[in-house]
Ligand binder design. Structure first.
Ligand code: ZN
Length: 191
């Protein structure tokens, strides 16, 4: 079932998400619904707070890079109670967007590599090193579980540029709140 999205300005996006204590049928269903919701919006990642559940859980569909540099479809993944470690000193900038902030995009500098520990839906704990799109999407989604949005990580200069657009977006969202699930997303990767 496709779930309604939460948008910028909603306080749930600023909360620290609670850990998932047990992987119940409800959690399995939530993960399934989040994957469906992510695809419905052509997203490449979605965190539980974005669908009004303050839980430490996100799903991803990070693209893979082909040999010629073209982007190929990735695989659906579910991360429960994730923890990030050992960010690389090397960083890179990438233009990000977010399903909670329609029409807003900005360059965000993040580490190139990160180690993640997480629980999968079968209850197993895993630890793996991620690079490229996998690392980028996981870091963006993990921020959602700590009440952070990509706009908090932009340069001071970009923040000044974004400021009036964010105020405008908040106003627009307040008046359109009932029709929002059908808002078109921008071109490019939404997380
Ligand atoms: Zn996001």
């Amino acid at each position: 079932m496709k779930l309604p999205l939460i948008y910028y300005g909603d306080p749930i996006l600023r909360l620290k998400a609670k850990p998932v204590e047990e992987i119940t049928d409800e959690i399995r269903q939530l993960a399934k619904d989040m994957i469906e919701t992510m695809h419905a919006h052509r997203g490449i990642g979605l965190a539980a707070p974005q669908v009004n559940r303050s839980l430490a859980l996100f799903v991803t569909f990070a693209p893979k890079e082909g040999e010629g540099g073209q982007l190929l479809s990735g695989e659906e993944r579910v991360f429960i109670n994730p923890k990030l470690f050992d960010p690389s000193a090397a960083t890179c900038a990438l233009n990000e967007g977010c399903l909670c902030l329609p029409g807003i995009r900005a360059d965000v500098v993040r580490p190139e590599r990160i180690v993640i520990q997480y629980t999968s839906l079968d209850g197993q704990v895993h630890r793996e090193e991620l690079t490229g799109w996998d690392a980028r999407v996981v870091m963006h989604e993990n921020d959602h579980l700590h009440g952070m949005l990509f706009i908090d990580r932009v340069s001071d200069k970009d923040r000044q540029v974004l400021k009036p657009r964010l105020i405008q977006l908040k106003k627009k969202l307040a008046t359109l709140s009932t029709q929002l699930s059908e808002l078109p997303t921008d071109e490019g990767a939404e997380l």
